[in-house]
Each structure stands twice: as structure tokens, then as C-alpha cells.
Ligand binder design. Sequence first.
Ligand code: UD1
Ligand code: CA
Length: 457
Amino acid sequence: MKKFAIILAAGQGTRMKSDLPKVLHKLADKPMVSHVLDNFKKLSLDETFVVVGFGSDKVIEALPEDVRYVEQLEQNGTGHAVGMVRPLLGTVEGMTIVAYGDMPLITAESLQKLMDFHEESASTATVLTGIATNPFGYGRIIRENGEVTKIVEQKDATDDEKAVTEVNTGIYVFDNRKMFMALSQLKTDNAQGELYLTDVVEILKNAGDKVSAYTLENFDESLGINDRVQLAQAEKTLRARINLTHMLNGVSLINPETTYIGADVVIGTDTVIEGNVTIKGKTTIGRKCLITNGSRIENSMIHGRVTINNSTVEGSTMELDSNCGPYAHLRPGTVLHEDVHIGNFVEVKASSLGRGTKAGHLTYLGNTVVGEKVNFGAGTITANFDGKNKFQTEIEDFAFIGSNSTIIAPVHIGRNAVTAGGSTITKNVADDSVAIARGRQVDKIGLAKKMPHYRGE
Ligand code: UD1
Ligand code: CA
């Protein structure tokens, strides 16, 4: 049987009080709707449709290419939203799972169980329900003799109905064609004057179709995000889940409550991550690394046995056995090859450093290509910017850069070349030569005695 999904993401999310459409607010470093779509991707469906409306341009941009979208120009309710897909899907035979884009905590496992239950019970409609300790705001599941007869929204419910704690999570599986047939019978005679998707249940039941409910084991998964309090709640749950997965996969988190790992981060076994660490974006970390307290890593490729000590690493590659910090900053375009050491207060940008090169202290390297086993003395600076253009520096293997060298690009420093401490290098330095570019020292014998501060005896 063909299987489809429809995800509703057209609402503004008024209670978020934001210019950003609700489904684009991020959780664990990823838009809410992407979490939902990633879970649906695991279900091997034939096609997924997203209904967009408020801020559609931005929402469409966030959608993966294999997902189709449909616009709902006016938000006249969840039933109206699903109806937007009719021209593409209305007459197709199959089953359709409908979900809301503001439910990022629902797991693929739960969705799969719901679909399996729907198929095995040969139902026309199956509602995913949950038992809420506080059902306020949810649609209530109304049963007669144990069978689901309808869903009543909070605003339309009688006092008896409000007392029901079994609620509509907002996820359903339908026989596709029967769903669209029922949708065309929806009416707006309700408290919100909208076309409710939930009314499809009653319509099908009255037509003699089989309507079932499948109850979610863990109600926390059904959290719908309507405001920023729920956003923070969901963030906490997601983060805990992500951290748990990494720990079970063999990563040590010293204080997981304070470790923020994005949903798309990959980490190898036997890596140790201390507290107060943030790892975001498309980042991969190899095996046996150590990431200490206070580090922040974004969109980077970290190979095995790397140490990142209280440092910021963005858009960079660190190869086997390289290390940085404390207080280093690797900016986008940095590549540290094997065994490179970047030490205290060193900033590197758009530069590659060859195997075994060391810049231990107080250094800035920008737009620089460095060979192997180069040593940078403390306080080396590549002056790569003239206020308008960026220039390149090249430093060949085994060069020895004296402390406090200022290297004014564009310039080339040869193999085994040395720059004397305190030099300002403006011209190319040949292989095997020593460049000294600083004022000569002059000693004025006895002059100290005439200085105002002089206290000598
Ligand atoms: C809905 C359900 C309710 C359920 C609850 C679970 C209905 C009528 N009610 O209520 O039974 O318990 O979810 O969280 O379905 N949307 C559109 N177009 C529209 C209206 C909404 O795309 O015209 C989208 C929204 O972007 C949102 C989703 O549908 O992602 C749900 O809408 P929302 O207004 O949050 O519904 P609830 O009042 O929470
Ligand atoms: Ca909602």
C-alpha cells in the first residue's frame, strides 16, 4: 500500500510572539519542522507533503528537497489545511499519516507503531491519543461503549467532556481517499469558526467506518509547542535524549546537564566531553578526543585523538593528534594537519598548518599556508589585511619564526628559513637564510645614571 504524510506548518504561532514562523524556531540547533521531518524520513513513506502559509518563503527554504509543499494562503483551520493537498493526493489509494509541525518530540518508533496498529486493525482512521495529567487546551477523545465517536475541542467542550483526560495528540492515520471525502463535509459551526480536521473522525464514524485510537506510551512525546516556555521544555527533553544516545554509544559526558550537542553531531567512542561544552551544526568528532570545559565547536571536522582545551572551533578541520588551547580560536577555513599544536591565545583563520607545526602562544595566523614542523614564536602576527584586500602568506617546512615577528603579506618564507625575534618581514625570505628586520641595539654606557628614576648606589 502507498503511504503518505501530510505535515501542517502554515500557522503563525501567535503565542510565540515572534517574526519567525513557529516551525522555524530551533531546538537542539535545528528548526522544529526539521525534527518532525527527520522522524518521518525514517518511516519509508512514498511521499511527504508540508502545508505552508505564514512566512512560507522561509519555511520552504528549510525543507529538504525530497519533500513537497503546498500553500495555504488563509489559515482556516487544520481541516482546511489538509484540504490544500487534495489536488495532489485526493484520489490516490493508500494511507496517510497527518501530523502537526509543532510536535518535534514524537519519535519515529511511536509513529511506526501507530501506522502498524492502523494497518493491523484495518481501521479507516486511527487517532494517536495520550493520557494527560492536565488536558486543558487539547481536543478530548469522546468514547461510547469504549469506541471513539468524536473529538471535541477545548473551546467547544461541555463540562463533562472537559473532564476527559484522554486527548488528541494531533497525529492521525487515515485511509487517504476516505479522509478527503470526509474533509469535504466539514463545517465551520464551532467556537473558532474553522474547519477542524478533528471532525473527520465523527464523520467517518457516522458513515459506518472503523475509527480507532492508539494510545501513546510516553505522553511527553506529544508536547505541542505553542509558546517559548514549551520551546524550552522541548529543548531540555531533546538535549537529554541526544546526550543519552551519545553516552550509550560510548561517549563520556562528565556533566551531561550542561553539555549542548546539536542533533546532527556525530561523536566517536571513548571521546570525553567535559561540562559546559557546546557542539553544533554539521560537526563530526572522532574517537578518543578530549573536549574540555568551556569549548564551543561548530561545523567542524575533528579527527581522532584530538584535544580541544577550552577553545572555540568554527568551520575547521583538526587532524589526528592535533590540539588547541586553552583559549584558542580556530575560525572558518582552518586546517590543522596531524600533530599540530595551537596554544594559548592563538587565533587562526583560513589557514592550513602542516604536520607537526606549533604556534604555542599569543599568535594570529590568517590566510596563511604553513608547511610541516614550522615553529612560531610567541606573538607572531601575519598582517594579512590592508584595509581593503586580504593577502596570502606562505611559510615552507621547518621555518623558524622568531617571537614577535610581524609578517606583512603577501610574502613567502622559505624552507628552513629563520626570522629573527621582533622582525617586521615585508620581503620574501630565501630557503636556509635568516631574516633580521629590526632596529639594531645600541648601548649608551652610563646613561642610566642620568635618568630621573635612577636609584643606584
Ligand atoms: C490541535 C487539535 C487538537 C489537538 C492539538 C494537539 C484541531 C482542530 N485541534 O489544536 O485536537 O489536541 O492540536 O496539539 O486540529 N495549522 C495550519 N493551518 C491552519 C491551522 C493550523 O497549518 O489553518 C497548523 C499549525 O501551524 C500547527 C497545527 O496546524 O502546526 C496545529 O494548529 P494549532 O492551532 O496549534 O492547533 P491546536 O489548537 O493546538
Ligand atoms: Ca498546537
